[in-house]
Design a protein around this ligand. Structure first.
Ligand SMILES: *[C@@H]1O[C@H](CO)[C@@H](O)[C@H](O)[C@H]1NC(C)=O
Ligand SMILES: *[C@@H]1O[C@H](CO)[C@@H](O)[C@H](O)[C@H]1NC(C)=O
Ligand SMILES: *[C@@H]1O[C@H](CO)[C@@H](O)[C@H](O)[C@H]1NC(C)=O
Ligand SMILES: *[C@@H]1O[C@H](CO)[C@@H](O)[C@H](O)[C@H]1NC(C)=O
Ligand SMILES: *[C@@H]1O[C@H](CO)[C@@H](O)[C@H](O)[C@H]1NC(C)=O
Ligand SMILES: *[C@@H]1O[C@H](CO)[C@@H](O)[C@H](O)[C@H]1NC(C)=O
Length: 363
């Protein structure tokens, strides 16, 4: 009994602190991690020889003595290896690796090893904050059909979003943000049936947003700001009830009024800043119970008037319509808009009234 407790404590001590997953959409992964930790302390389990072989290949590929020092054949990968977790297969006594994370380490150089594709029961795969992780995303990842969370963000990956991602039909979150990915956003991503979040922020992606993104499920979190996307936002996106939609810092043109609506109650972040959008804001509507906390439309060519609903929503953090072609009185109804700084409204055609100077009488 003493030995078990001692082993458990040692295991906790040798585990690095949980990964820093700041945004709320990483919470499901953190939960999985804790769940795996609990399992690993409560039952004895062997490392499946195929998993052990693949993991030792990954270790050999990176040749980083410090991070991989716990990864030795003398101990069970499911119990003792840093940031490797296992799960029992249903109706069996066999444990397979379902979670692997390598993040924020010094001296992880080179490409993602193809051996990750030989961990067939992986549900979560994380390589992040590794600036020397380079090259394309390896085709072997297409073999991981059990994957639910795939985080390959804050690295230095190049190439395009690979076609074999279409095999990841169980994926619920794919994070590829802050890399150097190029090429178009493939339209099959809109057809992945379980996808709830896609983060492509800060890459060098070009071309249009696929019309298939109109098939994304409710409560979806789509982040694609700071790329080189162009063309109009597909009208089909008006059908999706996004909770987060961030498309800022691209070259998107035309209408975006269809992203507003009485039915868009889930929407908390809408950031369309720094594009070439041009549409009439006057007739957009939003539900009174909307809980927007970011609405950034700045640096576009949006025209018409500020609609009265804006005075009623609790846009509690960030509101910005500066650098557009808006005109007319800032709605005082509801009072919310008078709380904002002048810089939220500046550089428009002829907006007037508090917090800007009063409207001329003839307006
Ligand atoms: C990345 O590689 C460079 C050059 O080899 C090295 O100086 C640097 O420390 C590496 N960074 C990390 C985080 O490993
Ligand atoms: C990515 O690699 C390039 C050189 O290949 C380097 O200049 C840059 O700093 C790297 N990016 C990051 C985030 O470390
Ligand atoms: C897909 O994920 C669900 C849980 O979200 C799980 O119950 C199911 O077994 C998974 N399917 C595969 C093929 O991994
Ligand atoms: C909107 O996105 C841009 C580009 O990423 C960013 O610079 C800006 O801070 C965002 N606006 C808000 C209010 O978060
Ligand atoms: C914007 O739409 C409103 C309402 O339909 C209309 O009265 C106004 O003329 C339009 N503004 C511009 C600049 O087209
Ligand atoms: C609104 O956006 C403009 C342009 O990006 C910026 O200068 C200003 O500080 C922003 N205002 C607020 C309150 O964030």
């Amino acid at each position: 009994m003493k030995i078990t407790i001692h082993q458990a404590k040692t295991q906790i001590k040798t585990l690095p602190p949980p990964p820093t997953m700041s945004s709320h959409h990483f919470l499901p992964l953190l939960f999985l991690l804790l769940l795996s930790l609990h399992h690993s302390l409560s039952s004895a389990k062997r490392c499946h020889p195929d998993d052990e072989r693949a993991l030792l290949q990954i270790k050999a590929h990176f040749n980083n003595a410090e991070f991989f020092k716990t990864w030795t054949p003398q101990t069970a990968c499911c119990r003792k290896w840093t940031l490797v977790y296992c799960k029992r297969l249903p109706n069996s006594k066999i444990f397979r690796v379902n979670f692997l994370e390598i993040s924020g380490e010094e001296g992880i150089n080179g490409e993602i090893p193809s051996a990750v594709g030989d961990l067939p029961y992986l549900e979560n795969l994380i390589f992040r904050h590794l600036p020397n992780l380079t090259g394309p995303i390896p085709p072997a990842i297409g073999k991981l059909t059990h994957l639910q969370g795939l985080l390959l963000n804050w690295n230095n990956l190049t190439g395009s979003i690979p076609p074999f991602f279409s095999h990841l039909t169980n994926a619920s979150f794919i994070g590829l943000n802050n890399n150097r990915l190029t090429g178009h956003i493939p339209s099959f991503l809109g057809h992945l049936p379980n996808l709830r979040g896609l983060d492509l922020y800060q890459n060098q992606l070009t071309g249009p947003i696929p019309a298939s993104f109109g098939l994304l499920g409710d409560d979806f979190q789509l982040q694609a700001s700071d790329n080189e996307l162009s063309g109009p936002i597909p009208r089909s996106l008006g059908r999706v009830r996004f909770s987060i939609l961030e498309l800022a810092g691209n070259q998107l043109t035309g209408d975006a009024s269809f992203l507003f609506g009485e039915d868009k109650q889930e929407l908390v972040h809408l950031n369309l800043s720094r594009n070439k959008l041009s549409f009439n804001l006057t007739n957009t509507v939003m539900s009174d119970s909307s809980e927007l906390d970011i609405l950034d439309l700045s640096h576009n060519m949006i025209y018409g008037q500020l609609p009265t609903w804006l005075g009623h929503v609790s846009i509690s953090f960030q509101f910005n319509v500066s650098y557009n072609n808006l005109c007319g009185p800032i709605p005082t109804d509801g009072g919310a808009l008078q709380q904002y700084d002048v810089s939220s409204f500046s550089h428009n055609k002829c907006l007037c009234g508090a917090p800007l100077p009063p409207c001329k009488p003839h307006l």
